[in-house]
Ligand binder design. Structure first.
Ligand SMILES: [Zn+2]
Length: 304
């Protein structure tokens, strides 16, 4: 729940539980929105609109989720229509990474550049593009899938079916897999001391703690992930020459001090000479809140 000056005045969080089916997920989203409004001591009558970021391809005009690969059964779901019936206010649906980019752009970039690329490193890797001051979603609303840029033709398998995608090399999922595989091969790490051998509760913040205590193994894996992020950034700079590249998501939020300098150095190594002139590469401070902030920006913009 955000007020008109984009200050967050109430939050609520629920897991989607997508295995229970589409109707249940929609019901849970509605309940979560109602809880957030209640947390802010308001009623839905006082709400101007609801913004939603969905993890997949979205037709913004109709508010339909065309396809969400990580949510079971989500094909051609009229999310806007369904939620408007329940909540009784206008609902606006966009792709989650586009919306995170919008949140960062609106709240963190005071200079309001004409073009921005957002790279969000979390469970997967997503991207959001701002071109000419507006979110860019492409011909079929699928633009910005930078996590599936292939960076290693014979690299590890990706959830999308390809090999060597950016996301299969540098997401939190990929980093955790590399750590677990290394431990299996006999690598020594402070993480097992901190969390036990099976690393059940491993979080990005644990990687930061281990590196700061001198863990060379974790340090090497994070350095390698940072290099891939740098290569991806260089590719995007070569193609789009944006004014600003913003790096966000849970992994960057936890490890910005460890990762940013490697990312920037690698970007310089791989970008075409001259293409980085005037390009700023910065970390986002919003972390996971970029999404909800962007959703509020969208709702405010569309209900004005
Ligand atoms: Zn992929």
């Amino acid at each position: 729940m955000f007020d008109h000056s984009l200050e967050c005045i109430g939050t609520s969080k629920l897991s989607t539980k997508s295995q229970r089916g589409v109707d249940q997920v929609v019901e849970r989203i509605a309940r979560c929105a109602q809880d957030a409004v209640d947390e802010a001591d308001l009623t839905f009558k006082q709400v101007a609109g609801v913004g939603i970021g969905a993890p997949g391809a979205v037709d913004f005009g109709s508010g339909t989720v065309i396809f969400a690969p990580n949510l079971e059964g989500w094909k051609e779901i009229p999310l806007k229509k369904e939620l408007e019936k329940v909540l009784g206010v206008p609902v606006f649906v966009e792709n989650d990474c586009n919306i995170s980019a919008l949140g960062v752009y609106a709240v963190e970039l005071k200079s309001k550049p004409r073009s921005m690329v957002g790279i969000f490193v979390g469970t997967g890797i997503g991207g959001g593009l701002i071109i000419d001051g507006e979110p860019y979603s492409g011909a079929g609303h699928t633009a910005g899938e930078i996590g599936h840029m292939v960076l290693e033709v014979n690299g590890p398998k990706c959830g999308c079916g390809n090999k060597g995608c950016f996301e299969a090399l540098a997401s939190r999922t990929a980093i955790f897999q590399q750590i677990k595989a290394g431990i299996k091969d006999g690598q020594k790490t402070l993480l097992t001391e901190m969390l036990g051998d099976d690393l059940t509760d491993l979080r990005s913040g644990d990687l930061r703690k281990a590196i700061r205590r001198g863990d060379k193994f974790v340090d090497r894996i994070i350095e390698s992930a940072s290099e891939y992020i740098g290569i991806a950034t260089a590719n995007l700079v070569n193609i789009l020459n944006p004014e600003v590249v913003v790096l966000g998501g849970g992994v960057i939020e936890a490890l910005a001090d460890e990762m940013m300098s490697v990312i920037i150095e690698t970007t310089k190594d791989y970008a075409m000479p001259g293409t980085l002139k005037g390009v700023e590469i910065i970390p986002s401070k919003l972390g996971d809140n970029a999404g909800i902030t962007g959703a509020a920006v969208l709702a405010r913009k569309e209900t004005k």
